[in-house]
Write a protein that binds this ligand. Sequence first.
Ligand code: AMP
Ligand code: MG
Length: 340
Amino acid sequence: MKTKIFHIDSDPIDDVIQTSATIIQQGGLVVFPTETVYGIGANALDKDAASHIYQVKGRPSDNPLIVHIAEKEAVSLYAKELSCDAKKLMNAFWPGPLTLVFKKKPIIPNQITGGLDTVAIRMPSHHIARQLIQQAKIPICAPSANISGTPSSTVFKHVYDDLNGKVDVIIDGGQSTVGLESTVLDVTQSKPVILRPGAITKSMIETILNKAILDESTVITDQTIPKAPGMKYRHYAPKGNVTLLEGTHKNIIKYLDTQDNTIGVIASNELCQKLPHSHTFPLGPLDDKSLIAKNIFLALRTMDEKNIASIYIEAFDDQDLGKAIMNRLLKAANYQVKQL
Ligand code: AMP
Ligand code: MG
């Protein structure tokens, strides 16, 4: 398949949106930028188009897709019940990186929900994503635009490496600003439950709802069936072996001193500045977790591009946004952590 490539910096925006929306309406696949990560989109009401996404990504069929909408009002077309909590959260955080899980209406095909009776819905804030959904006049289901298991794509080059020739269109919209996938929150029960941590944190949600919520994103083991089916699969893994390093900068530097110069190190600016190794990727200053989050997938994929076999990553505190950062890093490392 010949993939049509658009760059939003140089191509006329009307042409980009019109061509891409027509392809979605015809059952094709369009990769588009969102504020979280790039998404590979199809008509969410067309089971065959959605099935094609699973095939292209190599995604297990029981891992459901998030449905993207352009207006809050569209939720009631696809969700059975809208609780007061859900309405408050939509008003506070939409458009933005929060996905809500509702009881689904039959119009949503079972193929995109992995057979569940619920549907995950999000209203993205990225202007290209929103214009595309508006122009197509249909909801767009879109998982992250990468081959299943590998780090999500946050820049055009990484989308292109994975999906050129496999999708109809790729829209280059620059680097994703958030850089981590959305928070997934189940609002089907009286006490909402976080299924995947993201940039909308537990405390931000609790402030809006004025009550405590549950976080089940970390209680997943091989023995339990996670409520967000996708959370049980190997995720975010680069080709190299990843180890998280937990400890003071002094101890981490001492440990890395014993390693040769072929290793890769992903860490805060403060730590990278003190390291002599050739392959370091500074994520950002320690006090700027948003920048660290934004650069994580870019860093993991950059290590792959350099064919780095051993990758060491600084562990961060898991408060607030740190929770989502550490969730992705622990998975990338297959839970390999060295205490120093
Ligand atoms: P991705 O599209 O790759 O960002 O992954 C979407 C995430 O949302 C996966 O972890 C899914 O398991 C989760 N998800 C999607 N739909 C549902 C649903 N109906 N119920 C629970 N989790 C869901
Ligand atoms: Mg994904």
